[in-house]
Design a protein around this ligand. Structure first.
Ligand code: B12
Length: 213
């Protein structure tokens, strides 16, 4: 891995805002792939921040600050993502949200951003979304896909309940789930149709599904 990518990882993991912004500008200037920065380096750093939180090295305030820095970095990176991913074809509706009991929004918002860049109309319901709100939005907007995000293992029952309520209500949309609390295996267990590990993969799977795959 290049020196500048290592600096991106370390600066974000160490909550060094200035260092991160400087390394990002340098990386973008030297042509480093924006997806590698976001989905490998910055995602690695957020996981590392989570590990430091688990061991007691970081506190909740540090996680909040990390989220702030991440979002600031995304404002610099988004135009590069737009250049790389834009496709103006109009492709249909996706309803997206983080399930009840969970307020993590960075990953879900990244999925929303990439889908919008690819021409999808995304109805983003936000965070801590109760099952009823997903059902209401699905009935109103008639999406082909509903996406649920969950980072907390304690939110897995919410994912299961939301999927059950969508099925009970007869919503015909395919349901995709993602977020650190879920895996291919848990996705199946809670009754989801699809799972994606990151936003790039999510977009590929949604596009394939829209084409009838
Ligand atoms: C930042 C952060 C916070 C911030 C969130 C700020 C925000 N605006 O989002 C704040 C401070 C609010 C927070 C709070 C808490 N957090 Co927190 N947090 C994190 C941290 C460090 C990073 C998350 C993140 O943004 N990652 C970066 C993004 C880009 O990655 P991502 O979310 O995984 O998303 C990608 C994929 O998962 C996927 N994806 C995500 N959603 C979706 C949806 C669909 C449909 C698809 C297809 C794909 C997909 O695509 C995304 C992009 O590639 C994680 C560590 C970790 N390993 O995840 C802990 C972590 C998730 N938090 C944790 C905990 C414990 C908490 C708290 C309970 C702490 C507390 N004691 O209060 C609270 C819970 C609050 C609540 N009710 O939700 C634990 C969860 C442990 C567990 N197993 O349940 C973690 C894992 C940290 C740890 N290792 O202990 N947290």
């Amino acid at each position: 891995m290049s020196e500048v990518r290592r600096r991106i990882r370390e600066a974000l993991a160490n909550l060094d805002r200035e260092g991160l912004l400087e390394a990002l500008r340098e990386a973008l200037g030297s042509g480093v792939d924006v997806d590698a920065i976001v989905f490998e380096d910055m995602s690695w750093a957020m996981d590392e921040i989570g590990r430091r939180f688990e061991t007691g090295e970081y506190f909740l305030a540090d996680l909040l600050y990390a989220a702030e820095i991440f979002k600031e970095a995304m404002r610099i990176l988004e135009p590069y993502m737009a250049r790389k991913h834009s496709d103006r074809r109009s492709r249909g509706v996706v309803v997206l949200g983080t399930v009840k009991g969970d307020i993590h929004d960075i990953g879900k918002s990244l999925v929303a951003t990439l889908l919008r860049l690819r021409g999808f109309q995304v109805i983003d319901l936000g965070v801590d979304v109760p099952p009823e709100k997903f059902v209401e939005a699905a009935k109103k907007h008639k999406p082909l896909i509903v996406g649920l995000s969950a980072l907390l293992t304690t939110a897995i029952p919410s994912v299961r309940e939301t999927i059950a309520k969508l099925r009970e209500a007869g919503v015909p949309a395919r349901i995709i789930v993602g977020g650190a609390a879920l895996s291919e295996k848990t996705a199946k267990e809670v009754g989801a149709d699809l799972y994606a590990e990151n936003a790039v993969q999510a977009v590929k799977i949604v596009e394939k599904t829209m084409r009838g795959g």
